[in-house]
Design a protein around this ligand. Sequence first.
Ligand code: NAG
Ligand code: NAG
Ligand code: NAG
Ligand code: NAG
Length: 389
Amino acid sequence: MMILPKNMRPLLLFLVFQIAILVLFIHLYNYNPTSVREEPKPMHVLVLSSWRSGSSFVGQLFGQHPDVFYLMEPAWHVWMTFTHSTPWRLHMAVRDLIRSIFLCDMSVFDAYMTPGPRTQSSLFQWETSRALCSPPACNIFPRDMIIPQAHCKILCKKQPFEVVEKACRNYSHVVLKEVRFFNLQVLYPLLRDPSLNLHIVHLVRDPRAVFSSRERTTMELMIDSQIVMGQEQQKLKEDDQPYYVMQVICQSQLEIYKAVQTLPKALRRHYLLIRYEDLVRDPLVQTARMYEYAGLKFLPHLQTWVHNITRGKGMGRHAFHTNARDALNISQAWRWSLPYEKVSRLQKVCGNTMKLLGYGLVRSEQEQRNLSLNLLSTWTPFGQSYQED
Ligand SMILES: *[C@@H]1O[C@H](CO)[C@@H](O)[C@H](O)[C@H]1NC(C)=O
Ligand SMILES: *[C@@H]1O[C@H](CO)[C@@H](O)[C@H](O)[C@H]1NC(C)=O
Ligand SMILES: *[C@@H]1O[C@H](CO)[C@@H](O)[C@H](O)[C@H]1NC(C)=O
Ligand SMILES: *[C@@H]1O[C@H](CO)[C@@H](O)[C@H](O)[C@H]1NC(C)=O
């Protein structure tokens, strides 16, 4: 530094002080969340759910929107790399993965994929992402068209992995669907992260319907269930394991829901609870609600499409694994397919979650089988009103 005459030093100190104040003010100004940003930040939506809860359906509702870059269950890659871990040990890795993807940094997958050249088909369920089936990822389908997964899977699978990042940067909305978060605390840093604009859609479903659906997909869910149980698995009898897994899932849904109430008001606006049963009953209204929350326009071709698929027409059988009309029936199927003893046992481990989310308990086999008995309460959390038919 320059040597200054002694009498100049106070002046220099004064200048340094002034500059420091100025810097502080600029910083505070930029930090002020109400100040206008130069560029609109992308919207980041996390569809937070559990297995067999209709989250693929909700994922499609977002993924088919022409403004959305969508990925389904990217954390599958983390879990399948550490199959002897637990959800809680993997939480931080999953969170970091999600954050990187929201920021369109796909290098994060290097840790979970074999080295060497890869294509976009290295991504789990990539074909569920319309964005990976249309420009700039793949020039076969136009962007504003409803793209059938089966066609995309054949025609776009050779695209290099680099197009995933390029595509992601092309969209105003990044939507990820995840079933591998077991509390909300792990997401707090993302909710407060100034480089993100995280909005959570928490999708829940009647645990009895989830249980019934899981019974039919035990093999597919085996590794995931093993991770959910962790060390406990060895201590459990095989018959008890499904109940233990449901207990963990129900408990985590409850904790997420309760944690939201402790958030500051401004952050609570970044959370939307959706019950699968309400969506199935009234798909257009509930989809409109989710789109509005995420800042997406419910475009005319999407309205027709939602209307079509929920009446099981116009899309062919590959469009969805379940269409919503089936889903309406399926959402009640546990009432005749599950024996009452199982329902009763499940209500013991999931009862608190069910009460809080408005799923009525049955007290006898007669109540369970009586379909005129409505079990879905219209009780409203946080003043969010459920839509009635
Ligand atoms: C998005 O992709 C289209 C088509 O490839 C391109 O013309 C456009 O410039 C891209 N926009 C952005 C913001 O990257
Ligand atoms: C909706 O269904 C009608 C009649 O089957 C069909 O002509 C139309 O293309 C469908 N539209 C969409 C967007 O799925
Ligand atoms: C619901 O599904 C069951 C079993 O597949 C079937 O017997 C019943 O008729 C269906 N009900 C409706 C209203 O579609
Ligand atoms: C079924 O439930 C309805 C509505 O609660 C009730 O009125 C009816 O008596 C019940 N039927 C039987 C057979 O329990």
